[in-house]
Design a protein around this ligand. Structure first.
Ligand SMILES: Cc1ncc(COP(=O)(O)O)c(C=O)c1O
Length: 441
């Protein structure tokens, strides 16, 4: 086990791991197994009244080893496409542990495959009237109960683009047409045994709490056969100092109390389901980039640090204006600065801008929501030192435009619980970028 200081105040990742990972090649993602395990256990330990079934939202990080890790810990899988369901299954996870919540409308081969998956136990969370129309006969004929995603009309997210519950997003069956869809299900003989709402990602924990009450009222009003209620994912995490994370124990306790009251009122004991992605992995991942250049833009300009990884390996700052913590590690392995302890730095003078290598002025790991580059307090790295971006375990490797500027997809490394390193995704090689292209000459 390494005795070097940890990067973040939590977890096991040290500058030694950064150096060892960089030998594989930068940019490289580095994940902390012990921390992921801890987060899985925190989720499994959420207070609940009559049972809890958590699923990992694999869109946050779909790398095989990560899926295997969370499945080993006892979480099911929330898949947002048929391919995600196939991918989780290919990682060794039974369809019986996967729920599909998708915007897709499976037709042709996808429909055939969906039916085969349903026969093997996949849970289908019907998200539109058309999906219900397409699955109803099959579900009824085979006695397969489905879940139903309700659009509550109210949401909350880290940014407007992460709100999935208000009128600007179209996820789920809106309350205004719910009676029609329920009537259709009834006519066809489809059992709806689950109700699902996901209001958004990284939003206000109070909004998450309010959704518990709202959703239970939907169950009471519209779903007499439901035995399970999913509150989706979306737990807010604190990537940066000063951010306040959702208290999942407090939320669990609140839900538990509401489920008990529901039982007293209705005689129905409901199973609680949650689908966290961010919570499980966000603060368990680091993106190691190497400083390749320095540039200035004059007396009234800025001092730029050019790293060999930016928007193509973590697109969240550009997409959402999200803030990630920075760590500076010297080429020799010294932790020069850490976001959670900037006490040795001069907040006026030690201000720098980190940009990536893509041909985009927005290719920075530090932007506000309008896309302006923001200076950050950090140690001054030399060319050859490492700028490590924290909070990079969720929606980074899985959501990157990695072939932009014809860069290759970065490798991923897991710091195992015993401190050893395992390459869990090899870097793409350059020929793989154009492998499927067909020329005309
Ligand atoms: C249906 C559903 N469940 C779960 C999640 C996971 O959200 P988070 O990563 O914020 O926990 C999402 C994210 O978009 C989602 O759409």
């Amino acid at each position: 086990m390494s005795t070097a200081p940890r990067l973040a105040p939590w977890g096991t990742v040290t500058p030694d791991h950064v150096l060892a990972a960089a030998k594989v090649g930068t940019p490289v993602y580095l994940y902390d197994e012990a921390q992921i395990v801890q987060h899985c256990r925190n989720i499994l330990g959420m207070p609940n009244a009559y049972g809890l079934e958590p699923r990992f939202a694999m869109k946050a990080n779909s790398t095989r080893a990560i899926l295997q890790l969370v499945a080993r810990e006892g979480l099911g899988i929330d898949a947002s496409s048929l391919n995600e369901a196939r991918r989780a299954h290919a990682a060794g996870i039974d369809y019986g542990r996967i729920m599909l919540t998708t915007q897709e409308v499976p037709l042709g081969q996808n429909r055939t495959d969906l039916e085969a998956m349903l026969r093997e136990g996949l849970r289908y969370n019907v998200c539109s009237q058309r999906q219900m129309e397409l699955v109803a006969d099959f579900a009824a004929a085979n006695g397969i109960a489905v879940s139903l995603r309700v659009h509550p009309g109210v949401g909350s997210g880290e940014s407007a683009t992460r709100n999935t519950g208000d009128k600007y997003s179209c996820f789920g069956i809106h309350l205004s047409i719910l009676p029609d869809v329920l009537a259709l299900a009834k006519t066809k003989g489809v059992t709806i045994d689950g109700v699902h709402v996901h209001i958004g990602s990284g939003g206000d924990p109070e909004a998450w709490r309010a959704n518990i009450d709202r959703e239970l009222s939907f169950v009471e009003t519209y779903f007499p056969e439901a035995t399970r209620v999913s509150f989706g994912g979306g737990f807010k995490v604190a990537r940066m100092p000063g951010e306040k994370a959702a208290d999942i124990v407090a939320l669990g306790n609140y839900a538990k109390q509401r489920f008990e009251e529901f039982y007293q009122r209705t005689g129905r004991k409901l199973i609680m389901e949650v689908e966290p992605g961010t919570y499980v992995v966000a603060n368990c991942g680091y993106l190691v980039t190497e400083v390749i250049d320095r540039k200035q833009t004059g007396a009234d300009g800025f001092d730029f640090i050019v790293a060999n990884g930016g928007m193509e390996v973590n697109t969240r700052p550009l997409l959402y204006g999200s803030c990630h913590p920075f760590y500076v590690v010297s080429a020799e392995g010294e932790l020069l600065s850490a976001e959670f302890d900037l006490s040795g730095l001069d907040a006026d003078k030690d201000r720098r801008i980190v940009v990536g290598r893509c041909c985009e002025s927005g290719d920075s790991q530090s932007l506000d929501e309008e896309g302006h580059i923001l200076e950050r307090v950090m140690a001054e790295p030399k060319v050859g030192d490492y700028v490590v971006i924290g909070g990079a375990g969720a929606y980074c490797a899985a959501m990157s435009p990695f072939n932009y500027n014809s860069q290759v997809q970065a490798p991923e490394i897991l710091v195992r619980a015993d401190g050893s390193l395992a390459v869990v995704r090899r870097a793409q090689n350059v020929a793989q970028i154009w492998a499927n292209e067909v020329g005309i000459l």
